[in-house]
Design a protein around this ligand. Structure first.
Ligand code: GLA
Length: 388
């Protein structure tokens, strides 16, 4: 079975894509002004320098289709048109992404690409996009049709000759990890939408919590690698209660750091969802944790796995280049708990000396030879780097 990178032969998404997407904070309230300011903020805040490169405009940028079938932007929101937005985003050294849907309408009821795949792919290429998120509302439920529709758009994007990351978004309903890379996909959603909640079970309409998304990723590790990634949806870090998926509350500090630690450990795409023009110092600190980002972006491209589970206490590991490991101690409990990472669980020989570094306190912890144990706060995740 060829790897995603071998299938694509385009050099794209060799590490998990990183960027910002408009949906979580803005929803349909997007505008040229807001997008320009966001592009500015990606540079000014240091996010671009940390690796966040794609600026993706999600749903509700659309006007109607023209009489000759071309997708048009909403000129009230984007008075200078989408190409002008692309030019501005590119002028900042960023890459530019847009959104469409395989069905007749997008999830928010705007024109979908069904039946217009070639024309839309060409239009997107003319607008100079570098990333297309392709949703699956208003489309038939069955697997064969879905696979066919993603193949069709994947093929049309390739045929434009422009290098475009293809983001498959059918929410993991039809096991896209089995077919999305062949359809041209560089990442595929494995979950329904993640909202700003710690724990909420699988629910198509209201969205799921952080823990549910993490659990959904378990077992999918063999499908992830350079060129193709399981996508547990965007980051909710920094969302405010009134944001589009803010759902009237915010996750606490530990929960927000945990989402980032686990998305890094799971080699998940890191798409920021908050309004980066007004980030709190905490959001900045989390999203700009370059040591955690290095775990996510490690060129081996391994998705981490859970290696030990004792009730709500879990140990996860992600192999990194140079025989190093990233290890997460995750406390899902409502009480502080000691969590131990034992060498046999990590498949390290007993007695093997490992140097440990805490990637949130940014401190070296010393050398350990058979286990490491730490008291972990409720909903906290300790993220460690282990080096032989
Ligand atoms: C779906 C997707 C979301 C977002 C919205 C836009 O729900 O899963 O990520 O793109 O549609 O309408």
């Amino acid at each position: 079975m060829p790897t995603p990178a071998e299938l694509h032969q385009d050099g794209l998404a060799l590490t998990p894509p990183m960027g910002w997407n408009s949906w979580n904070s803005f929803g349909g309230n997007i505008s040229q002004q807001a997008i320009f300011e966001t592009a500015d903020a990606m540079v000014a805040t240091g996010l671009k320098a940390a690796g966040y490169e794609y600026l993706v405009i999600d749903d509700v940028w659309h006007g109607c289709r023209s009489e000759d079938g071309f997708l048009q932007e909403d000129r009230k929101k984007f008075p200078d048109g989408m190409k002008a937005v692309a030019d501005y985003v590119h002028s900042k050294g960023l890459k530019y992404g847009m959104y469409s849907d395989a069905g007749v309408k997008t999830c928010a009821g705007k024109p979908g690409s069904f039946g217009f795949e070639k024309q839309d792919a060409q239009q997107f290429a003319k607008w100079e996009i570098d990333f297309l998120k392709y949703d699956y509302c208003y489309a038939p439920d069955d697997w064969q049709t879905a696979i066919g529709l993603y193949n069709r758009m994947g093929g049309e994007l390739r045929a434009t000759g422009r290098k475009i990351v293809f983001s498959v978004c059918e929410w993991g309903v039809r096991s896209p990890w089995l077919w999305a890379a062949q359809a041209g996909g560089h990442l595929w959603r494995a979950t329904f939408d993640v909202v700003n909640k710690w724990d909420a079970p699988q629910n198509c309409n209201k969205g799921i919590g952080i823990l549910t998304a993490i659990d959904r990723m378990s077992g999918l590790e063999k499908f992830a690698g350079p060129g193709g990634w399981n996508d547990p949806d965007m980051l909710t870090i920094g969302l405010k209660p009134n944001d589009n998926v803010g759902i009237g509350k915010t996750c606490n500090e530990h929960e927000q750091r945990t989402q980032f630690s686990m998305w890094c450990l799971l080699a998940a795409p890191l798409m920021i969802g908050c309004d980066i023009r007004n980030m709190s110092p905490l959001s900045r600190e989390i999203l700009l944790n370059t040591e955690a980002i290095a775990v996510n972006q490690d060129p081996l491209g391994k998705q981490g796995v859970c290696v030990s589970r004792v009730g709500p206490m879990e140990v996860w590991k992600k192999p990194l280049t140079g025989d190093r490991l990233a290890v997460a101690l995750l406390n899902r409990d409502e009480h502080e708990q000691p969590i131990a990472a034992a060498w046999p669980d990590l498949e390290l020989p007993e007695g093997q000396a490992m140097k440990l570094r805490d990637l949130w306190s940014h401190k070296d912890l010393g050398q350990f030879k058979d286990s490491f144990s730490k008291s972990v706060q409720p909903h906290e995740c300790v993220l460690l780097l282990m080096t032989p």
